[in-house]
Write a protein that binds this ligand. Structure first.
Ligand SMILES: Nc1ncnc2c1ncn2[C@@H]1O[C@H](COP(=O)(O)OP(=O)(O)OP(=O)(O)O)[C@@H](O)[C@H]1O
Ligand SMILES: [Mg+2]
Length: 397
C-alpha cells in the first residue's frame, strides 16, 4: 500500500538518484566511458553538394594530390572528414575569383552575428533548430560558436556533454557572466567533433544567474547607470572572443528570465521557433507581449535593441494537417515576411536521430528509409540556407 504523507523531498531525491543511475548506464551503453563523440565521414557526393562543385572535380583534385586525400570506404566510396571539408574550402577559395564562394564568413568590417533562438513554449523546436543551424553553418565554412543557455542542457547533451556528470566543476556560460570573479570567455569554450563548431555547454548552474541578478541589481542600485548591468553580461563576455567567430548561435531556455533577456541584448538576430498549433500560437502571443514589455525596459536602461532581423520559424510542420495549415496562413497574414518561407517538417528521421543524441547531419543515411531521410534533410537545408541568406544580407551581400 502506498504510504500516505510521504516526504516529498525524500521521494523526489530517491527518484532523482534512481534516474541518474539509469541515465549513467544508458550513456555508458551509448558512449563507452571516456569516449568522446566522433563525427562520421562524409561521402564525396555529400561534400560536392556542400561545396557546390562536381564529384568528378573532387576526384580530380585527389588524383592530382591537391587538398586532403579521402579515405576509401565500402564499395570504393571516397570519404572526407569535416576537417577535410574545411581544407577543401580553403584550397578552392584560394583559387576562386569570387571571394566568399567557399569561405562565406566575415570579412573586414563585418560584424559578428549573434543569432538567438527563443520562445518560452517548451518543445517548440529551439534546440533542434539551433543544433542543425550551428552544425550546417560549420559545414558550410562559417566559424561558429554555439552557446547552451538552457539549464536543462539539451543542446549540450546532443553534442556529447552529459551535464550532470561532465560539468561538475563548472564550465558553463555562468562562469563567464557571473558577477563575482567571472572567467574569461575563452577559457570555457570547447572544441566539438565538427571542425569550426565550438561549444559552451550548459547545466543547472546557469540558474545561479537568475538568482544572482536580483541581488546584484539591489547592490548596484544607485551606482552609475550602465555599469555592470545584467543585460550586458553576455555581450561583454562575447567581446572577448568575437574576432574568432563569424557567428554565435544561442539556444535559450523556455522561459523569459535574466539569461534570455541578456541573450536578447547580445543578439543581432532573433529566431522564434513556433509549432503551428492553436495553444502554441496563443502561448507565443503571451511571450511576445512580455518580451516587448521587458525589452522596452532594457532599451530605456540603454540596452541594445537593434537587430538585423527577426524571423518566425514554423517547426514540426505536417503539410497534410488542415488546422496546422490554417495556423501557418494566419501567421503569414499577420507577420508577412517575418515568417521564414521554409518550415521544418515533422519527421521521424529528426526525432529518431534525437533519440541517439544526434542531428540529421550526424546520422548515417543508411540507417533510415531513403525517402524519409531525404525529405527531412531537404527541409532542414532549405531552412538553414534561408537563414544563411539573412546572415549574408546583414553583411551587405
Ligand atoms: N522537425 C521535427 N520532427 C520531429 N521531431 C522533432 C522535430 N523538431 C523537434 N522534434 C522533437 O521534439 C522534441 C522537442 O524539440 P526541441 O528539444 O528542439 O524543443 P525545444 O524548444 O528546445 O524544447 P525546450 O523548450 O524544452 O528547450 C524533441 O524530442 C525533438 O526530437
Ligand atoms: Mg531546448
Amino acid at each position: 500500500m502506498g504510504q500516505i504523507n510521504e516526504r516529498i523531498d525524500r521521494l523526489v531525491g530517491e527518484h532523482a538518484a534512481k534516474l541518474s543511475e539509469r541515465l549513467m548506464a544508458h550513456r555508458a551503453q551509448l558512449f563507452p566511458p571516456n569516449a568522446s563523440k566522433v563525427l562520421r565521414r562524409f561521402t564525396s557526393g555529400e561534400v560536392a553538394g556542400l561545396l557546390g562543385v562536381k564529384d568528378a572535380y573532387l576526384r580530380k583534385l585527389s588524383l592530382e594530390g591537391r587538398g586532403p586525400q579521402p579515405e576509401t570506404g565500402p564499395g570504393g566510396r571516397r570519404l572526407y572528414s569535416s576537417n577535410d571539408i574545411m581544407e577543401l574550402r580553403r584550397l578552392l577559395e584560394a583559387g576562386t575569383k569570387t571571394p566568399g564562394t567557399y569561405l562565406p564568413g566575415r570579412r573586414q568590417n563585418d560584424h559578428l552575428q549573434v543569432i538567438t533562438v527563443i520562445n518560452f513554449k517548451g518543445g517548440s523546436g529551439k534546440t533542434t533548430t539551433a543544433a542543425h543551424l550551428a552544425q550546417k553553418c560549420a559545414l558550410d565554412g562559417y566559424r561558429v560558436l554555439a552557446i547552451d543557455l538552457d539549464p536543462q542542457a539539451s543542446f549540450s547533451a546532443l553534442h556529447g556533454f552529459q551535464p550532470e556528470f561532465d560539468l561538475l566543476d563548472g564550465g558553463t556560460l555562468y562562469d563567464a557572466i557571473r558577477y563575482e570573479d567571472p572567467l574569461p570567455m575563452r577559457s570555457i569554450i570547447r572544441p566539438s567533433y565538427f571542425t569550426n563548431l565550438h561549444i559552451v555547454p550548459g547545466n543547472l548552474e546557469l540558474m545561479e544567474f537568475e538568482h544572482d541578478t536580483p541581488r546584484a541589481l539591489a547592490v548596484r542600485r544607485g551606482s552609475e547607470p550602465g555599469e555592470n548591468l545584467f543585460f550586458t553580461r553576455i555581450s561583454d563576455a562575447l567581446a572577448d572572443v568575437q574576432a574568432d567567430y563569424d557567428l554565435v548561435v544561442i539556444d535559450c531556455p523556455p522561459q523569459l528570465g535574466f539569461l534570455t533577456m541578456s541573450a536578447l541584448s547580445a543578439a543581432t538576430a532573433v529566431l522564434v521557433t513556433v509549432h503551428p498549433q492553436m495553444l502554441d500560437v496563443m502561448s507565443m502571443c503571451q511571450f511576445l507581449l512580455m518580451t516587448s514589455n521587458l525589452l522596452g525596459v532594457v532599451a530605456d536602461a540603454g540596452g541594445n535593441m537593434n537587430y538585423d532581423w527577426l524571423r518566425y520559424l514554423v517547426t514540426r510542420y505536417e503539410p497534410g494537417d488542415g488546422p496546422q495549415n490554417q495556423m501557418v496562413s494566419f501567421m503569414r497574414s499577420l507577420f508577412g515576411d517575418h515568417v521564414l518561407n521554409h518550415p521544418v517538417l515533422k519527421s521521424t528521421a529528426i526525432s529518431d536521430a534525437g533519440l541517439t543524441k544526434q542531428t540529421l547531419y550526424e546520422v548515417e543515411k543508411a540507417d533510415f528509409t531513403r525517402a524519409t531521410y531525404e525529405r527531412a534533410m531537404e527541409s532542414l537545408n532549405a531552412v538553414n540556407s534561408e537563414i544563411e541568406g539573412l546572415i549574408q544580407k546583414a553583411w551587405g551581400r
